[in-house]
Design a protein around this ligand. Structure first.
Ligand code: NAP
Length: 296
């Protein structure tokens, strides 16, 4: 691995979030820059919400090549950018900003990163497939809209807060025209509602956990699904990657399903950002290995 020399020509990329200290992105991007011998460096900055505008202006003033944006700034950052790409506009969130001659453009690489991971890690072609999404937050929105744009035939949303789930279902349907269904979170026994969830679950080709349930330190271990009905041929994807195998994934694996955790999505959202900033093809395997090292 080459050494990284910082000099007057070095281009800076960065992460803006609050907090940022647990992020894997600096290691992943710096490994890639070193491997390709690119004169770039990536640093993480903890930006308090009240400082976001100043921080975004600094991207221009200091001529950074680009930045990643993470929680809690993904939506708010949009009003400080010069433009955003159509997918970021649909999702209402930006996780990657590129700086081209002082013009800041926002992208959302979470959705495309998820699809790349599905194809590469699960050999899953989403076209004409039925997908059950658990969750209706920012990640579910990017994943759900991207799945619909990539050709999924139906998307069901199961969310603890059913109103929020219904809103996401409507957003996906309005944005893409595909069929969406809001499913009831099975808190109380209600046979009719449970039947809706059960039959959608049985027909689903792909089930995606877009909640933090199952992640280290998060209460609640398992999204409430009829796991006993999981069947061989279904694919289960958990956006959580720490631990590498959540109870959600274990349940599906035990039924003979293909499973994948969110490390691939993290990887490919980074790959797409890297290529946007540098114009170089990203060294995917090097970036993957650096993420695996972080997890270990
Ligand atoms: P968010 O906007 O805060 O949304 C959280 C979602 O999870 C909401 O739907 C919320 O339901 C649900 N939820 C939270 N705690 C829950 C619990 N105890 N039981 C049931 N549902 C619960 O978060 P986000 O940005 O969408 O992120 C969601 C997860 O995806 C996080 O774990 C994040 O780390 C992960 N993620 C991974 C990647 C990757 O690259 N692998 C990328 C983005 C996000 P309510 O609406 O009912 O509150």
């Amino acid at each position: 691995m080459r050494r990284q020399n910082v000099n007057t020509q070095t281009r800076l990329c960065a992460l803006f979030g609050h907090p940022v200290k647990h992020s894997f992105s600096p290691l992943m991007h710096n490994s890639a820059f070193r491997y390709l011998g690119l004169n770039y460096i990536y640093a993480a900055f903890d930006i308090e919400p009240r400082n976001l505008e100043v921080a975004v202006n600094a991207v221009k003033v200091l001529n950074l090549a680009g930045v990643n944006i993470t929680i809690p700034h993904k939506e708010k950052v949009i009003c400080y950018l010069d433009s955003i790409d159509p997918f970021a506009e649909l999702t209402g969130a930006v996780n990657t900003v590129s700086n081209t001659e002082g013009k800041l453009t926002g992208y959302n690489t979470d959705g495309p990163g998820f699809i790349c991971s599905l194809e590469e890690d699960c050999s899953f072609d989403v076209r004409n497939k039925t997908v059950l999404l658990v969750g209706a937050g920012g990640a579910a929105r990017a994943v759900g809209i991207q799945l619909a744009l990539s050709g999924a035939s139906a998307v069901g949303i199961l969310n603890r807060n059913q109103q929020r789930g219904a809103l996401l279902a409507k957003t996906i349907q309005d944005a893409t025209g595909i069929e969406t269904v809001t499913l009831p979170w099975p808190r109380e026994k209600h046979p009719v509602l449970e039947k809706d969830l059960t039959s959608f679950f049985q027909n689903a080709d792909l089930v995606v956990n877009c909640t933090p349930v199952g992640m280290y330190g998060v209460s609640g271990q398992l999204p409430p699904l009829p796991y006993h009905l999981a069947r061989c041929g279904q694919v289960a994807y958990d956006l959580v990657y720490n631990p590498p195998e959540t109870r959600f994934l274990a349940k599906f694996r035990q039924s003979g399903c293909s499973v994948a955790n969110g490390i691939g999505m993290l990887l490919y959202q980074g790959v797409l950002a890297f290529e946007q900033w540098t114009g170089h093809r990203a060294p995917v395997q090097v970036m993957r290995e650096s993420l695996i090292k972080c997890l270990e």
